[in-house]
Design a protein around this ligand. Structure first.
Ligand code: PLP
Length: 445
């Protein structure tokens, strides 16, 4: 039975109904139940439904800095940070002011704007491989555009992807991988026809595949951040560059997570390997919907209207999203990344200490500002087969123990843990104590 909120009663009980943005309901379960009658599974991105960790999701009423607050008024230290889209902390004043100012000027026009020009210039100036940048509305659109562009540019069809990398809900990239061997043309989900992945080959991460002249593109997460966090082995990215050069294929770095998160020039700056095309999302929108493809002028100008590869979007280059992204990039100077890296390092070691002292086998590898989590006694992780030795049930136990202690981790064992500028020293200290208590509880479950 779904009840309506009784505003007077709720206010006197200090409830957060006013933050319910008009839903008129003040409990997580009630909102989730009602949402499930209008939205399949009650969510707009599958992982949010908590299916892989069990239980019911919290429903967010608002967020500030490192914290999110649910509609029942419970506050959590947030390690999700919109899956990496938020880097300055939630509702950072620079972003909210930029968004308000842009909204007053109008929300969308279907014509060029100065804000999209400035964001494109900001990306071009910081990432040398991106001589031209085209915007769209999500990372998924970015990867699908990059693949179309690479195919159109080379006149070839085959695309190489790596098992355990994730490139969004792009049909051609939703291919299933075999264990440790190359596979071709197996749909990774219902609804993807065999034809859509007929030219998609899945190969193991961290091994340079031998390419041939049928290959249009190799797309890779230069640091894998969707199977925990896996660093590229020395020589892997360099090897991909050399193989692509040898056969004339386009090398695409999917930096939807790593772009402006690992550093000003992303993973390509960190490892000194230059891709032909880069896909962006998340951080470049300051927490608003955005995606982008950047790359060499000659390839980028194969896009319409200059070239034959079609691209369009009603809201592409949206003035509010580009304003938010610009506000974020303006703050993201190199020293900010040093600070974020220090915090990520603190996070990895406080989790490591908490689990070790409670006798919970786990390790938390860190690459720059990215932290992963693996539970159980598995060793070093180099690829998807290693990653999936993680003990998912142990992750779920720790996840729920942390949630009870007021810490929100991603509800899935293969996600990255994110810190932002909102994670101050006092937040990190609170996080350390919460993790110590949670690990003790998780060990007893
Ligand atoms: C590496 C990578 N590429 C692409 C995407 C898809 O981005 P979006 O969710 O904005 O469509 C994601 C999403 O998490 C991602 O992690």
């Amino acid at each position: 039975m779904i009840s309506r909120c009784d505003k007077e009663r709720c206010e006197s009980a200090g409830c957060y109904a006013s933050l319910c943005v008009g839903a008129g309901i003040s409990s997580n379960d009630e909102i989730f139940e009602r949402s499930s009658l209008a939205i399949p599974g009650g969510v707009n991105s599958s992982i949010r439904a908590f299916r892989s960790v069990g239980g019911r999701p919290y429903v967010v009423a608002g967020a500030k800095g490192a914290h999110i607050t649910d509609v029942e008024g419970r506050r959590y230290i947030d390690l999700v940070q919109s899956y990496g889209a938020v880097i300055l902390g939630h509702a950072h004043p620079a972003v909210t002011q930029a968004v308000s100012a842009a909204a007053v000027d109008g929300t969308s026009f279907g014509a060029p704007t100065p804000r999209e020009m400035k964001l494109a210039e900001a990306i071009r100036d910081r990432v040398p491989s991106c001589e031209r940048v085209r915007f769209m509305n999500s990372g998924t659109e970015a990867t699908s555009t990059a693949v179309r562009l690479a195919r159109g540019y080379t006149g070839r069809d085959r695309v190489i992807i790596f098992h355990g990398n994730f490139h969004g809900a792009t049909d051609a990239l939703l291919a299933a991988g075999g264990s440790g061997v190359a596979t071709l043309g197996l749909p990774g989900t219902a609804g993807v026809p065999a034809g859509a992945v007929g030219e998609t080959m899945v190969v193991p991460y961290n091994i340079v595949p031998q390419l041939d002249e049928a290959v249009a593109a190799v797309i890779v997460e230069p640091v894998a951040a969707n199977m925990g966090v896996v660093e590229p082995l020395p020589g892997f990215l360099e090897g991909l560059r050399a193989e692509c050069d040898r056969v004339g294929a386009v090398l695409i770095f999917d930096e939807v997570i790593t772009g402006f998160r690992l550093g000003v020039d992303g993973a390509q700056g960190r490892y000194g390997v230059t891709p032909d095309l880069t896909t962006f999302g998340k951080v470049i929108g300051g927490g608003l919907p955005i995606g982008a493809v950047g790359g060499h002028q000659a390839i980028m100008e194969t896009l319409s209207p200059l070239g034959p590869v079609f691209h369009a979007g009603t809201l592409a280059g949206n003035p509010i999203a580009t304003a938010a992204g610009l506000a974020a990039l303006d703050i993201l100077e190199p020293e900010v990344y040093e600070e974020l890296e220090r915090r990520a390092s603190q996070l990895a070691s406080l989790l490591e200490d908490a689990c070790a002292s409670a006798g919970v086998p786990a390790h938390f590898p860190r690459v720059g500002t990215l932290v992963g989590a693996y539970f159980g006694n598995g060793g070093q992780v180099y690829n998807f087969d290693d990653a999936t030795t993680t003990d998912e049930a142990a992750y779920s136990r720790f996840f729920h123990a942390m949630l009870s202690e007021g810490v929100a981790m991603a509800p899935g064992a293969y996600e990255t843990l994110f810190v932002g500028l909102g994670h101050t020293d006092s937040v990190m200290a609170a996080l350390a104590s919460a993790a110590q208590r949670a690990a003790v509880v998780a060990a007893q479950l």
